[in-house]
Write a protein that binds this ligand. Structure first.
Ligand code: AGP
Length: 608
C-alpha cells in the first residue's frame, strides 16, 4: 500500500507533491511526509495523520524545494507515528527515500548498519535504504542506488533524492507498481499514473527491479544487470475521473446511492437481447477459447472474493462448468494444479491488489489465460491480464466497496449467461435472464427508497457489539459481504455464516445481545433457513430479516423485516446487499465511526 509521488520541473514541487499524495491517499492515510532539495540541503516535513495535517505543517514551515518526493503511508513495519512517516533520511541528511512495499531482509541489513555505527530513528524497514545508499555513495548517485538495491529482498517501489543531485529523482520498482510520467520540461513519479494524468499521459511503468533516472522531461532506464535499456513511453488513454461528495455526508453513502445508475452502466451496450446473450467488446478471446473452457478458477480478496463466490454458484448452476473460487492470498502459496482447459477470472476493483496480482502472474506462467474484472483503466491487472472487462462503476472513493460489488455481480452474471448460451441455454432462457438484469436498477432504487426505515432499525441495534449474518446458497456469500461491511465501517464484530452450519458450533454465541441479520432471498433454501432462524429465536437471538416482498413465514420469527423487491435467486444478492450496505452505514453513523476512511484500512492493498 502507501502512495509515493515525486516531481521535478518548472511548477512548484511542494504544491505538486502535496496534490499528488492527496490523490494517492486511497492507498493509506495514517501519516504523510514530503522532502526535497533546497540550495544544496535536504528539507523535509512529516506528520502523523492525513495529508491535510501535513499540508498545515508545510505551510507553517514555508517550504521551498527544487525537486520533491512525498508519501502517504499505510503502516506495515512500525506504528503510524511521525518518526515512522516517510521520507526517511540517512544520518547526514544527504539522501531521502519514500517507499511502498516491504523489504524482507531488513533485520539483517539493519544489524550490519548498526555495527557500522549507524543510528536508526524509526522502526521501519525503509530506513535502511537511505543509510545503505549513503554508506555506498562516492560521488555517483546512480551507482550507490544500484549497489544498495542489489542487497534488498522483497517488494519495493522507491523514489530517492540526493542533496548533491537536485536535477534528478531515482525511481526503482520491484514487484510494486511505479509509474514515471514525462511531460515537457517536467517529470513525475507515482504509485498510480492517475495521480499525474492531468499533467501528462506519457507514461513508463517500471517493473522487475528496473531503475530509472528521472530528470525534467527526460529519463534513462537500467535493468537489474545494470544495462541501460530502451523503454518507450506508453500513452494512457483515460483521464482521471473526479468524484465529489455533493449533497452526501460521505462518499460511501453517495456510492450506495449511485447503484441504480452504475448498474445500468454495467450492462449498457452489452446485452444482445434478440439472441438472449451478452457481448463484451473488451473480451479479446475468440469463440474457441471460450468454448474450450472446461473449468474456471476465480481469484479475489475481500469483497471481490465474495463476488467470485457468488459467481461460482451462478456459473455451476447456469453454465454447468465446474468452478473453484479461491482467496488470492491463500492460493498464491499453493502449488496450483492447472489442468488443460482452465480459465482464470481475477476480480479486483482496484486492479492493484498484490495477492491477486501475484496469483494471476503464477497462473499466466503456467500457461492459463486470465480475464480480469476491474474498475480502474490502466491498472496493473488491466495491463497484465489477457483481457479485462471493466466494471464501469465510476470512481469508488469510500474504502468500503459498495457499487463495485454489485457491478461485479452483474458482470459475472452476464458472463455466465454468455457462456451458457454458447453451450446449452436456449434463446428464451437467455432472454429471461437478461430481463431480470434489466429490472435491477429499479429494484435497487426501491431499496434505496426505504432508507429511512433501514436507518431506524440500524439506530435501534447499533449498540450491539456482535452480529451474525446468515444465509444459504447465494445468500451465504451475500452474508459474508454484509458482515464485512459492518466490520469495516462500524468496527463491530460480525460473522457471515452459512445458516446450516450454526448448529455445528457458532450457535453457542447466540443470545439476546447478539442479533442475526437473516438474508432470506434464496427461494430454493428458504424453508431450511426458516428452521435455522427458529433455532436462533429459541435462544433469545433477535432477528433482522432482509427478505423479498411477499415472503411468508417470517412474522413469528423476525423482530424486524426489511422488504426488498423479488428477483431470481442468482441476482437476489444485489438488492439484498444494498439493504445490508445501508444498514452498515447507519450503524456506523450512529456509532460515530469514520466511514469513508476506516481505521487501519486502505482502498488499494498493494502489500501481501
Ligand atoms: C471491501 O469493502 C474492502 N475494502 C476490501 O475487502 C477489498 O474488496 C479488497 O481489499 C480487494 O480489493 P480489490 O477489489 O481492489 O482487489
Amino acid at each position: 500500500m502507501c502512495g509515493i509521488f515525486g516531481y521535478i520541473g518548472s511548477q512548484n514541487p511542494v504544491k505538486m507533491a502535496l496534490q499528488g499524495i492527496k490523490r494517492l491517499e486511497y492507498r493509506g492515510y495514517d501519516s504523510a511526509g514530503i522532502a526535497g532539495v533546497d540550495a544544496g540541503k535536504l528539507r523535509f516535513c512529516k506528520e502523523a495523520g492525513k495529508v491535510a495535517m501535513l499540508e498545515q505543517e508545510v505551510e507553517k514551515a514555508h517550504m521551498h524545494l527544487e525537486v520533491s518526493i512525498a508519501h502517504t503511508r499505510w503502516a506495515t513495519n512500525g506504528a503510524p507515528t511521525k518518526e515512522n512517516a516517510h521520507p526517511h533520511l540517512d544520518s547526514a541528511e544527504s539522501v531521502a527515500v519514500v517507499h511502498n512495499g516491504i523489504i524482507e531482509n531488513y533485520p539483517e541489513l539493519r544489524e550490519t548498519l548498526i555495527k557500522q555505527g549507524v543510528t536508526f530513528v524509526s522502526e521501519t524497514d525503509t530506513e535502511i535504504v537511505p543509510h545503505l545508499i549513503a554508506s555506498l555513495y562516492q560521488g555517483d548517485f546512480l551507482e550507490a542506488v544500484r549497489k544498495a538495491v542489489s542487497m534488498l529482498h522483497g517488494a519495493y517501489a522507491l523514489a530517492i533524492i540526493h542533496r548533491d543531485h537536485p536535477d534528478c529523482i531515482i525511481a526503482v520498482a520491484h514487484e510494486s507498481p511505479l509509474a514515471v510520467g514525462i511531460g515537457s520540461n517536467e517529470a513525475f513519479i507515482s504509485s498510480d499514473s492517475q495521480a499525474f494524468a492531468n499533467y501528462t499521459r506519457d507514461v513508463l511503468f517500471l517493473s522487475n527491479g528496473e531503475i530509472a533516472v528521472v530528470k525534467r522531461g527526460h529519463y534513462e532506464v537500467f535493468d537489474v544487470s545494470n544495462q541501460q535499456i530502451t523503454r518507450d513511453l506508453q500513452r494512457i488513454e483515460s483521464k482521471p475521473q473526479v468524484s465529489l461528495k455533493g449533497e452526501y455526508e460521505h462518499y460511501t453513502l453517495k456510492e450506495i446511492h449511485e447503484q441504480p445508475t452504475v448498474l445500468q452502466n454495467a450492462f449498457a451496450g452489452r446485452l444482445r437481447e434478440e439472441y438472449g446473450t451478452v457481448q463484451f467488446e473488451e473480451l479479446k478471446f475468440d469463440v474457441n477459447d471460450l468454448l474450450s473452457i472446461e473449468r474456471i478458477l476465480i481469484l479475489g480478496c475481500g469483497t471481490s472474493w465474495h463476488a467470485g463466490y457468488l459467481a461460482a454458484y451462478m456459473i455451476e448452476d447456469i453454465a454447468r462448468i465446474p468452478v473453484q473460487v479461491e482467496i488470492s492470498s491463500e492460493f498464491r502459496y499453493k502449488n496450483p494444479i492447472v489442468p488443460h482447459g482452465t480459465f482464470v477470472i481475477a476480480i479486483s476493483q482496484s486492479g492493484e491488489t498484490a495477492d491477486t496480482l501475484a496469483a494471476t502472474r503464477e497462473l499466466q506462467a503456467k500457461g492459463a489465460k486470465v480475464l480480469t474484472l476491474c474498475n480502474v483503466h490502466g491498472s496493473t491487472m488491466d495491463r497484465e491480464s489477457d483481457a479485462c472487462v471493466y466494471l464501469r462503476a465510476g470512481p469508488e472513493v469510500g474504502v468500503c466497496s459498495t457499487k463495485a460489488f454489485t457491478n461485479q455481480i452483474v458482470i459475472l452474471f452476464l458472463f455466465t449467461v454468455m457462456l451458457a448460451r454458447m453451450r446449452h441455454l436456449n434463446r428464451q432462457e437467455g432472454q429471461a435472464f437478461l430481463q431480470a438484469v434489466k429490472a435491477l436498477p429499479q429494484q435497487v432504487q426501491a431499496v434505496l427508497d426505504m432508507e429511512k426505515h433501514i436507518a431506524d432499525i440500524a439506530k435501534r441495534y447499533a449498540h450491539h457489539d456482535n452480529f451474525f449474518f446468515l444465509g444459504r446458497r447465494y445468500m451465504y456469500p451475500a452474508s459474508l459481504e454484509g458482515a464485512l461491511k459492518l466490520k469495516e465501517i462500524s468496527y463491530i464484530n460480525a460473522n457471515g455464516y452459512p445458516a446450516g452450519e450454526m448448529k455445528h458450533g457458532p450457535i453457542a454465541l447466540i443470545n439476546e445481545n447478539c442479533p442475526t441479520v437473516a438474508l432470506c432471498a434464496n427461494k430454493q433454501t428458504f424453508g431450511k433457513l426458516l428452521n435455522n432462524l427458529m433455532e436462533v429465536k429459541a435462544r433469545n437471538g433477535k432477528v433482522i430479516a432482509i427478505a423479498p416482498e411477499g415472503t411468508e413465514g417470517l412474522s413469528d420469527i423476525a423482530d424486524e423485516v426489511i422488504w426488498v423487491p423479488e428477483t431470481i435467486d442468482e441476482l437476489a444478492s444485489v438488492p439484498t446487499s444494498v439493504a445490508a450496505q445501508l444498514f452498515a452505514y447507519y450503524v456506523a453513523l450512529e456509532r460515530g465511526a469514520e466511514i469513508d476512511q476506516p481505521r487501519n484500512l486502505a482502498k488499494s492493498v498493494t502489500v501481501e
